[in-house]
Ligand binder design. Sequence first.
Ligand code: NAP
Ligand code: GDD
Length: 341
Amino acid sequence: MARRALITGITGQDGSYLAEHLLDQGYEVWGLARGQANPRVSRMRKLLSDVQVVRGDLLDQGSLISAVERVQPDEVYNLGAISFVPMSWEQAELTAEVTGMGVLRMLEAIRVCSGVSRGAAAASGQIRFYQASSSEMFGQVTETPQNERTAFHPRSPYGVAKAYGHFLTQNYRESYGMYAVSGILFNHESPRRGAEFVTRKVSLGVARIKLGQATELRLGNLEARRDWGYAGDYVKAMHLMLQAATPEDYVIGTGRMKSVRELVEAAFSAAGLDWERYVVTDQTLHRPAEVDLLCADPKKARTQLGWEPRVAFDELVAMMVESDLRLLTDGGDPDQDSSWP
Ligand code: NAP
Ligand code: GDD
C-alpha cells in the first residue's frame, strides 16, 4: 500500500515542492487547507491535481484531530505558518498562535489519534512528524556557521514562535517517545516564492524594470547576509529526515553566505542591467531588530542523510529572474502567484 503523507501549508512554496516530491516517491498526498473560499487552494488544485485536500486550520484543535483521523497518515509535515518575519511584529499574537501554538495543536492531534499518553508510549509504526523550524531561531548568532548545537537568540516574534515549536517537538519526542523531528532550514527560494520575500521581490523588480514597467526598486537593509538555497533541494531533506532509523534534528543549508547587495548585483546582471541605476534604499523597510547574518553548517545532514544542495546561488537567482521575465511577458499576475508552472 502507498505510504500516506499529510502536509500543512500545502498552498505555500514548500508545500508544493514537497507534494511533488512525495508523489514522485509513490506517496498518497493530502494537503491541509484552511478558509472558506481560499483562492490559493484552487490554484494548488490546478498544479497538484493528485493531492487530496482535507479542511483544517492550525488555530483549530478539533479540525486537526479530524484531519488526522480522516487521513490516517504515516507522515505529517507541519509547514503551515505565518512565515513573513515583518508581519510577525504587526500581528505578534496571531504569529504566536499559528506559528507557535499551531505546532502544539498538530502534535496533540497526532498524540490523541495514536492513543499515546504518559502511560502508553508510542508504538512502532507510529505517525512520523516533521516540524518546519527555521534558522531565524539563531537570530543574533553566537557562532558562525550555525549547527544543531548552536544557541538560539531569536530577533522577531516569528523567531520566538519557531523556537517554541522546535523545543516542543523535541519535548514530545522525549516525553512520549514520538517520532518527531525538527528541520532547521535556512532561507530557500524558487520561482514559487511569495512576492514579499527579498529574493522574489528582487527578481520581480528586475523583470519589471527590464520590461519598462518600473523605474526603481526600493529595498531595506542591503548588508544583511543569508545562506540562500533552492526550495526543490530542501524538501528532499525533509523527506529524508523522516526516513532515518531514529528521530533527530538537522540543520539544512548550503554553508555559503551572500549579502542582499550581492543578491541584487546577481539579479540585475542576469538581466544585463546595472543595479546602481535602479535600487533605492528605504529606511522604512528596515526591521525593528535585524538578523545580520545566517550561515549553515549542514555537515550532519550530509553525513547522516546523504543530503546535498544541488542548485548554486547564481543559478537560483538566474532561474528566478528568467521565470519572472517569462511571467510578466506572458501577462501573468505575480500577486496571484501565476509563476507556478
Ligand atoms: P509560505 O509560502 O509562506 O506558506 C505558508 C503556508 O502556511 C501557506 O500554505 C498558508 O496557507 C499556511 N498557513 C498560514 N496560516 C495557517 C493556518 N492558520 N492554518 C493552516 N495553514 C496556515 O511558507 P514556505 O516558504 O513554504 O515555508 C514553509 C514552512 O517552512 C513555514 O513554516 C516557514 O516558516 C518555514 N521555513 C521556511 C523557510 C524558507 O526559507 N522558505 C526557511 C525556514 C523555515 P494559506 O494559503 O491558507 O495562507
Ligand atoms: N522582505 C524583504 N524586503 N527583505 C529585505 C528587503 C525588502 O525590501 N530589503 C532588505 N531585506 C533583507 C531583510 O532585512 C532580511 O535581512 C533579508 O533581506 C531576508 O529577508 P526575507 O527574504 O524577508 O527573509 P527572512 O530571512 O526574513 O526570512 C525567511 O527565511 C527564514 C529562514 O531564515 C522566511 O522564509 C522565514 O519564514 C524563514 O524562517
